[in-house]
Ligand binder design. Structure first.
Ligand SMILES: Cc1cc2nc3c(=O)[nH]c(=O)nc-3n(C[C@H](O)[C@H](O)[C@H](O)COP(=O)(O)OP(=O)(O)OC[C@H]3O[C@@H](n4cnc5c(N)ncnc54)[C@H](O)[C@@H]3O)c2cc1C
Length: 393
């Protein structure tokens, strides 16, 4: 039985064998993974010990107190939050052993090749084709808004393998090597001036069948695991009280009394309370997660996160007046990590606009909450039984 005391003992043994002050960062992370202290709820041999997920905090606290390096989770969010749980659930033993360790240590960055120019909210309409040729699949198509593709070694990819069946049924899920010939990554500049994301063109990319995740034609079901985890990864990250976006504006409020007005005070207090409610809801969601996979409730969390980020960063720009309109840098940058609350007020305001689009738009998440959480009648879906090849595009 791996309880908190046992985890503390193992963490101290790791620190004794690999003192953070004298151990190379990568070696320390590899040793932590091999000791089962990376994500304690994962199985033994895959970075975990099969312990309750809630006990991860025990390990993290011990390691932080000892000044141990972490795996820079903001840089590898797609791998940790989305690819890993999907590989764990649907991968073969060989895939899990090959892919999870460098994913967790950050030696291999992951990206997500899902959205296409004609398939975002209606993701199941996607047109990228994968055609079987012997032991390989030949993939052709275009993906878009692919965050971190310029840094990535691997991608989770969904492609159409059977155009003759309705759209949800003819999709298969693959792991794509971003260094393979035929994968072309081009930057897309966004409202902040940076290019976090990319267009990705796939031309005759050869993916071995051994890199398929899940059964042929079952890709939509596999993708649900990724998408449910994505919403929790975007909206459900733990924050301390008065952390995140509300912490930024509250700090400005305290440090700059000359900016205060009664009206802004009332609005700030209202948003502070809402941010605290959202934070506590996140704590509850993570407790549910500790007991199993995330369900559609994650959609509600992500909805609130996007709305609050936009309102709070908007209030900060108003509070700062003319100063809030200044923007530090419009040169095209390729950031290594995405920090919603980083840089200045102008950046935070502009970046938060993407929060209600990425990981599913707020309108689509409202539909999910309505149908799958509240049990309201579903939207009419006239194309449900029509072969994908016969759909209007
Ligand atoms: C910062 C950022 C990073 C991203 N990173 C990635 C990534 O790494 N990988 C990836 O695959 N994708 C990524 N995306 C893409 C993202 O998932 C899509 O943009 C999103 O799903 C919406 O799709 P779309 O852009 O095609 O808009 P559309 O689906 O065309 O939607 C247009 C508008 O119509 C509304 N709408 C559509 N359908 C409905 C409906 N049924 N009911 C009500 N309203 C509806 C939408 O809410 C929206 O307002 C990223 C997006 C952003 C902004």
């Amino acid at each position: 039985m791996t309880d908190a005391a046992e985890l503390r003992r193992r963490t101290r043994a790791l620190l004794d064998a690999h003192p953070p002050a004298t151990t190379d960062r990568r070696d320390f992370l590899r040793a932590r993974f091999d000791a089962g202290l990376a994500w304690v709820h994962y199985p033994q041999g895959l970075g975990g010990l099969g312990a309750p997920r809630s006990l991860q905090a025990v390990v993290d606290a011990e390691l932080a107190a000892a000044g141990a390096p972490d795996n820079d989770p903001r840089r590898i969010g797609i791998g940790l939050g989305m690819a890993a749980p999907t590989i764990l659930q649907y991968g073969t033993d060989e895939q899990r052993r090959r892919l999870l360790r460098p994913l967790w240590t950050g030696e291999e960055v992951w990206c997500q090749l899902f959205s296409e120019p004609g398939a975002g909210s209606d993701l199941a309409a996607l047109g990228t084709r994968a055609v079987r040729e012997g032991e390989d699949w030949i993939v052709n198509g275009q993906k878009v808004w692919t965050s971190s593709a310029h840094l990535a070694r691997w991608a989770i990819l969904i492609a159409r393998t059977d155009p003759d069946v309705p759209k949800h049924r003819g999709i298969t899920y693959f792991v794509c090597d971003m260094t393979d010939p035929g994968v072309e990554v081009r930057p897309l500049r966004q409202i902040t001036g940076e290019a976090e994301f990319n267009e990705v063109f796939l031309t005759d990319v050869r993916i071995p069948d051994s890199r398929r995740l899940g059964a042929i034609g079952d890709g939509w079901r596999v993708a649900q695991t990724t998408l449910n985890n994505e919403r929790v990864a975007i909206g459900g990250t733990p924050v301390p009280r008065e952390g995140g976006m509300i912490g930024k504006v509250a700090a400005t409020w305290r440090e700059r009394p000359e900016l205060r007005t009664h009206d802004l005070h009332q609005r700030l207090l209202g948003l502070w309370v809402e941010a605290e409610v959202a934070r506590l809801t996140g704590v509850r969601l993570r407790q549910q997660l500790a007991a199993g996979q995330p369900g559609p409730e994650g959609a509600g969390m992500k909805l609130g996160f996007a709305r609050l980020n936009q309102e709070i960063s908007g209030l900060e720009v108003e509070l700062l007046g003319e100063e809030g309109l200044l923007y530090d840098d419009w040169t095209l940058r390729r950031p290594e990590l995405v920090d919603f609350t980083g840089r200045d007020a102008g950046y935070r305001y502009l970046r938060s606009k993407g929060n209600s689009i990425e990981g599913g738009t707020s309108e689509v998440l409202l539909n999910i909450v309505a149908e799958r959480v509240l049990g309201l009648p579903a939207e009419p879906r006239t194309d449900k039984d029509v072969a994908w090849k016969d759909l209007a595009r």
